[in-house]
Design a protein around this ligand. Structure first.
Ligand code: C5P
Length: 408
């Protein structure tokens, strides 16, 4: 099963007796690490109250499309953008018909049209309604639009009949939802990621470091694991929890990061250097704390090795991705870095006093030989998934080109 840690789940609840199980779905999604917001159709509120869903999700329930109060808070477009995935459970026959037609006259159907996130529906209805040709053709249309259908199960129904149409159990729905994120785009590949700052010791208690939190690198490692890769994360000092399904190697200095990263990169397919590596380190590290006696002291610094450039010089080299934090002239600076380090892709972002390093959101400009792609500002986990999707496509395009060159 995949993980739902850091995932934003939008649960749509439509009118059917199985709606009484929706509170349990929310509880289980949250236990699996997701943040959950709920949209209820008017008929769903006849089966379970918005107050219950608010209590279990920890957020007010969204119900109306044309409500000035709601739209001025988190309106339909914000909800559509916020979601990492949409699950509609239970999905009534009526809702499936509306989804098949691409209707946009209530909040849930409108959000389903407006979101780029994956959508899954868990149908729940009487077995005759399920077997009806109209429902089956609606389902085929929904499926053709890329929407996943979870279930339904078979068995005794609330109406006393027996047959297909029971909503899958909450635990199964949570497992299937977590699998929505397991894209398999990097299946069979090894990815090495560096993250966080480095610490260059001056003496036993002092050192040179920077404001990198490690959040972006950890999110990239997590997204690569989710995409099916074997991931090794070489991390500088951070306060973050080690991601699941990732082998984390902890280092302190740039030299240690260099040595660990190069050893791992030699057998990797993709290398992503997200770490904010110190360019210089003190020429000497004092073995004892430097005392406050002299009026003026001088710290001599020497250059650290460039990890990315050294990885890119390996033969064979992995597909190499660097990060560039710039305050101005982003694209030109990124292109210059791409050329000088001889790497495949630079993910550049603007940093300033309030942007980039410690914040939870970021945007990226992906600069490659011959193309530039912009990933707009979004939470780091979501941005990391978009980056991994792009890297996987560029990696495949390059590997395809190499195979073509060998054959021609
Ligand atoms: O050269 P600059 O530090 O601006 O480039 C940033 C990119 O290079 C980042 O991906 C960072 O991880 C990497 N880097 C490195 N080794 C260094 C310095 C930076 O791999 N010594």
């Amino acid at each position: 099963m995949g993980t739902l840690i850091n995932k934003r789940l939008l649960l749509g609840v439509t009118g059917g007796i199985a709606a009484y199980k929706s509170a349990d779905i929310v509880r289980r999604l949250r236990e699996a690490g997701a943040e959950v917001r709920v949209i209820m159709s008017p008929s769903a509120t006849e089966f379970i109250t918005p107050l219950t869903m608010q209590a279990v999700s920890g957020h007010p329930v969204h119900q109306h499309l044309l409500d000035t109060g709601a739209e001025s808070g988190m309106g339909h477009i914000e909800l559509a953008r916020w979601a990492d995935a949409v699950l509609v459970a239970p999905a009534s026959a009526n809702f499936l018909a509306r989804l098949a037609q691409g209707r946009a006259d209530d909040l849930l159907s409108t959000v389903c049209l407006a979101t780029e996130a994956p959508i899954a529906v868990a149908p729940a209805m009487n077995q005759q309604m399920w077997n009806n040709n109209a429902t089956q053709s609606n389902l085929a249309a929904v499926n053709k639009n890329g929407i996943k259908i979870f279930g339904p199960g078979e068995g005794s129904q609330a109406c006393g009949e027996v047959g297909p149409g029971r909503m899958l159990e909450p635990a199964d729905l949570v497992t299937l939802t977590s699998e929505l994120f397991a894209t398999g785009e990097l299946a069979g590949l090894t990815v090495v990621v560096t993250a966080g700052p480095t610490w260059e010791a001056i003496d036993p208690v002092r050192g040179l470091t920077n404001r990198s939190s490690g959040k972006m690198g950890y999110a990239v490692a997590e997204a690569a694991a989710e995409a099916g890769a074997k991931v090794i994360l070489v991390s500088g000092p951070t306060t973050l929890t080690e991601p699941e399904r990732v082998r984390t190697i902890r280092v302190t200095s740039a030299q240690q990061m260099h040595d660990a990263a190069l050893a791992q990169a030699a057998t990797a397919n993709i290398f992503i250097g997200v770490a904010a590596v110190a360019d210089y380190r003190p020429a000497q590290t004092a073995s004892k704390k430097i005392k406050k006696t002299a009026e003026r002291i001088t710290l001599e610094l020497v250059r650290n090795p460039d990890i990315l450039a050294d990885v890119a010089a390996l033969k064979p080299a992995p597909f190499t991705v660097g990060f560039a934090a710039e305050t101005d002239n982003i694209e030109a600076q990124a292109r210059q870095k791409l050329e000088s380090k001889k790497i495949n892709l630079i993910a550049a972002n603007r940093v300033g006093l309030d942007l980039g390093f410690e914040s939870d959101e970021n945007s990226l400009l992906l600069v490659e030989h011959g193309q530039v792609t912009e990933l707009p500002a979004q939470p780091k986990p979501k941005l990391a998934r978009a980056l991994i999707r792009h890297v996987a496509a560029s990696y495949r395009a390059r590997s395809g080109a190499e195979i073509y060159q060998l054959r021609s």
